[in-house]
Design a protein around this ligand. Structure first.
Ligand code: NAD
Length: 465
């Protein structure tokens, strides 16, 4: 551990010195680093797929869709936008500052820390890195120890493609994370649980360091009685794919539970059962299209969620588990008790509880009586309901008639609110999150207003007004 501390301090000194040298502020440097990231992803694509398979059993097509493809698009978006994002914007000063000019210009924050999670190990590390580089910072990145093959690939590959004086990868778990948090940073960008997010914020407060917290929570999907069989089919296809086909439900924006009216429940369950069979076959244990649970500890956590006898009674599909292969079958539950752990903690796995309501409008009250989610999904053709969901609830994002697509949008900020996090990134928001917008004003000496300074009298007040 001592050697980590010594190395860390040496690394931090180097990062601070390099930042002060001004090298990372240069647009050519920023572009070269973004291009380096692009080459890393392109040239090491096979290794990325292999590491994701090893750590999470992710199919390479899913890995391309959710990590390689999204990252490639995000880097290209940053390369295209960079010059414009970096440019200063003119601002107006009040009339009492006659003969003046002003600009607002983005400057990098300095030396920043990025701590990330394991479920999308490349995306969650490199997506914020795009913003930190684009904004001209130097940085330490700590991937999650729970995806060791991915963490080791990032640690080995990043120095081959990026400027090692500006980007350092530190591997390790919570002890290393705590050591990192004890240092003084100019910004901390954290992706992970609310529990550790609280620790990050309290450590950051000691240095008044700004934080972005990308946390989790329970994301509901409101399913209104859809009128046509095509709409029902599309809704079920999208929910099932987003829940079980994106890291087996181990995603911060996965559908955590469904809210539906009683009369539509049996139709929804029947459609979902058929869709799960379409996607993962008659014997899902044999599928290679569904990721595995990340490790035994999380497997046992999920097993515990299902072990409550009242929760067991609510299972209408699935429920089988293979501990040796860390596989859990897609599982649907109808009306598990609302005070059971499965309805209180974020599921982060392939269980999908369906909560039945008398009227779909009750969904708004249901959502509002719980912590603000990272995302709300609603499958509905009812415009009045859509308006109410947008205006009467609070969440990081709202998506109608689909799920998870907001993660891939460059023009929409991604982030939570309340317990699901604070701060935003993706697209220009990533640049903004790692920048300070500095106000720079300049006046000429040619004019001066005598009434702007003391001694005060009522006549001066009239002139100032
Ligand atoms: P976690 O909080 O356990 O760990 C996250 C990171 O923090 C890891 O790198 C870990 O090593 C580090 N860490 C753990 N304890 C620490 C400590 N005491 N001090 C400093 N660092 C510490 O979370 P996780 O298991 O990696 O991720 C699951 C959670 O992350 C879920 O709640 C999920 O919703 C959330 N998540 C959010 C997003 C998002 O974009 N909002 C994305 C992915 C995951």
């Amino acid at each position: 551990m001592d050697s980590i501390v010594i190395d860390l301090e040496r690394d931090l000194d180097e990062l601070r010195g390099y930042y002060r040298s001004g090298k990372t502020k240069d647009v050519t440097w920023r572009k070269s680093q973004l291009k380096g990231m692009l080459s890393l992803i392109k040239e090491r694509e096979g290794d990325i797929f292999k590491a994701l398979k090893e750590d999470l059993g992710k199919h390479h097509v899913e890995a391309f869709r959710d990590e390689v493809g999204v990252l490639t698009k995000s880097i290209k978006f940053a390369l295209n936008g960079l010059q414009g994002w970096m440019s200063s914007k003119k601002a107006k000063l009040p009339a009492v500052a006659l003969l003046s000019s002003a600009v607002v210009l983005p400057e990098p924050l300095g030396v920043v820390l990025i701590i990330s999670s394991w479920n999308f190990p490349f995306g969650l590390c490199l997506e914020p890195l795009i913003g930190a580089i684009a904004a001209g910072n130097t940085m330490v990145v700590k991937p999650s120890e729970l995806a060791p093959a991915c963490s080791s690939l990032l640690a080995n590959a990043i120095p081959d493609y990026l400027d090692n004086k500006a980007v350092k990868v530190v591997q390790g778990g919570s002890v290393v994370g705590q050591r990192l948090l004890q240092q003084k940073w100019d910004k901390i960008f954290f992706t992970g649980s609310s529990q550790v997010g609280r620790l990050v914020m309290s450590e950051a407060a000691k240095h008044l360091t700004p934080v972005t917290l990308e946390l989790g929570g329970k994301c509901p999907a409101v399913v209104d009685s859809l009128s046509w069989s095509w709409d029902q089919e599309a809704a079920v296809n999208r929910i099932t794919g987003a829940k079980f086909g994106a890291c087996a439900g181990q995603a911060c924006i996965a559908v955590d539970y469904i809210l539906v009216t009683k009369e539509f429940t049996s139709t929804l369950v029947a459609l979902m059962k058929a869709k799960i069979k379409d996607m993962f076959g008659e014997n899902p244990r044999e599928t290679n299209s569904m990721s595995r649970i990340v490790n035994k500890q999380h497997f046992l956590r999920l097993k515990r969620l299902l072990s409550d006898p009242n929760v067991q009674k609510s299972i209408v599909y699935g429920g089988s588990m293979d501990e040796e292969n860390l596989f859990i079958e897609p599982t649907i539950l109808v009306d598990p008790p609302l005070d059971a752990e499965i309805m209180k903690e974020e599921i982060f796995g392939p269980f999908l509880p369906i909560i039945t309501l008398n009227d779909i409008k009750e969904s708004i009250e249901f959502i509002n009586s719980r912590p603000k989610p990272l995302a709300i999904y609603a499958f509905t053709k009812n415009e009045a309901l859509r308006k109410r969901i947008v205006s009467e609830t609070s969440s990081g994002s709202v998506v109608f008639n689909d799920a998870i697509i907001q993660y891939a949008a460059d023009n929409m900020p991604f982030g939570g609110v309340g317990e699901s996090g604070q701060g935003k990134y993706h697209g220009k928001a990533s640049f903004d999150t790692f920048s300070h917008y500095k106000a720079v004003a300049r006046r000429s000496f040619l004019t001066d207003f005598w009434y702007r300074s003391p001694p005060w009298n009522e006549y001066k007040l009239l002139l100032i007004e």
